[in-house]
Design a protein around this ligand. Sequence first.
Ligand code: DNO
Length: 395
Amino acid sequence: MAIEQTWRWYGPNDRITLEDIKQTGATGIVTALHHIPNGEVWTKEEIIIRKKMIEDAGLSWSVVESVPVHEDIKKQTGNWKLYIKNYQQSIINLGECGINTICYNFMPVLDWSRTDLNSSFEDGSLALIYEQKVFAAFDMFILKRKGAENDYSQKIQDQAKAYFESLDSEGIETLTNTVIKGLPGAEESYTLEQFQSVLDAYSGIDNATLKKHLEDFLKEIIPTAEQAGVKMAIHPDDPPWGLLGLPRVVSTLEDAKNIISTIDSISNGITLCTGSWGAGYFNNLSVMAEELSHRINFAHLRNVKRDTDYNFNEDYLFNGDVDIYSVLKTIVKEEEKRKKEGRTDCSIPVRPDHGNQMLGDIGQDNNPGYSLYGRMKGLAEIRGLELGIRRSLSE
Ligand code: DNO
């Protein structure tokens, strides 16, 4: 019995090959068919081609991350009913191909967000960070969103102004691209004008409405997933608070509890992403892992240092504000519990989430957050920690 050590792979265009991944010690691949446009059905043919590629390298396709949820489903506009049907069909097709865990998120417009993808870390590596004043500078002075200032404290507004004034045109462009071009995993990328109109389309949708839309979506897809033998795993908001006036409904323990109680089923689970939820000073990941353990279908382990002004930087696994030891211990115990219950799906897939760019990563064409050495270090630490936890539990 052990966690399933997995690795996110961006498909054949990823500079980190399946052969490389084998040497990290991961056995499971986490990937998606990024070439299929958002909203369309993932056909069995396409799934099988990708699956075979992975298996030919001696690995298995453990988790899909992600089958993206079309914006129309989140807004309940346009073809949303058709997109839900297509989503159900993709779930069925994946299940029939033996791929049983699907990660997805319900974040409007932006998937994850950072303000600097190459921030110098104290040891010479490069980390991903989010600074509220920088984000506010984009929001108030580049995007010039109406009423943006109301979302920031006076202190952050003042810092944002000073920061914006310090930027040259190149700095403005870099920041704009960082925020709106979409980080890997995000399916959309916009120009500034398109971006504003996409935000406007959410003007009538507050948290309560988005929550209702998520519940409607769950009521449609979870029964399908159950029948297909597939476990869904909703990913937290990253960061876990509203951005740019957009609603967000997967940010806290209460949000997660609402989701899993909408339909009580092992198919209606979560991705325990310690870094995403951990970026919020109000989230205690040790408590969240405990309370949600029975519905953890997938886990992303990474750490962050955060403060109460909504700033955070990604950090090494044992350095930040999340107690990774207690989280992993909860996961290990949950696996043991599932085993005792006679479940055959007791091994929970876990992957190192982002890693700093370091050593031979520097200067390479890296998917932000997904370079080689930082993640390999993370996986090695997870592996060692798991061994220690299991030994100490059995002594
Ligand atoms: C970033 C990721 C996200 C995540 C998706 C899941 O590294 O955590 O892109 O994969 O939001 O749907």
